[in-house]
Ligand binder design. Sequence first.
Ligand code: COA
Length: 167
Amino acid sequence: MTDSDLSLKLARPSDATAIANMSRVLIEYGLRWRWTAERVAASIRDPNVNVLVARAHGRIVGFAIMRYGDDSAHLDLLAVAPAYRRFGIARQLLEWLEKCAVVAGIFTVALEVRAGNEAAQMFYRRMGYRPLSDLPGYYQGVESARRMERDLSAKGSDCGSARLQQS
Ligand SMILES: CC(C)(COP(=O)(O)OP(=O)(O)OC[C@H]1O[C@@H](n2cnc3c(N)ncnc32)[C@H](O)[C@@H]1OP(=O)(O)O)[C@@H](O)C(=O)NCCC(=O)NCCS
């Protein structure tokens, strides 16, 4: 896959079902499904949230949801379809959303990841995130979470033009 096969854009309301289904299978496996299509659609409508999708070959192959607060941002969800992993898609999704945080004057991004999800933790470490604490039973009592955080204060940004790509 080349970069020209890939596009990153803010999600449309009609993307909510595909995103929710990906979350159920790729992120929420073994848990009660909480990121339903209704919840994803509410995030797409929320002005404090960016729901970003990566499209390739005519379908959604990855997505990320970031919530922007006054002082910090929170990465709610991030996933890439298995056949499209290790092509840098998650990196591009996360960098796009981090740039928006910096433009908004937000320099801290936090997230929780399943304690047993070593691959995602390696990805986040590679992206500059550091583990802060463990949260026992965080995922419906089934699994603990590791909270991770990144300080973006060293980064510059120009995500304003990307925001205009919404269609
Ligand atoms: C974690 C995940 C989002 C990474 O997506 P991806 O598009 O494959 O990641 P990238 O290609 O952008 O990876 C960037 C770098 O992160 C690191 N990385 C990514 N996946 C890794 C893995 N499985 N093992 C070790 N390092 C990994 C590598 O350093 C990689 O660079 P490289 O490929 O040049 O070595 C993907 O594996 C996924 O969707 N997993 C299931 C859902 C999930 O766990 N989501 C996160 C928690 S909500």
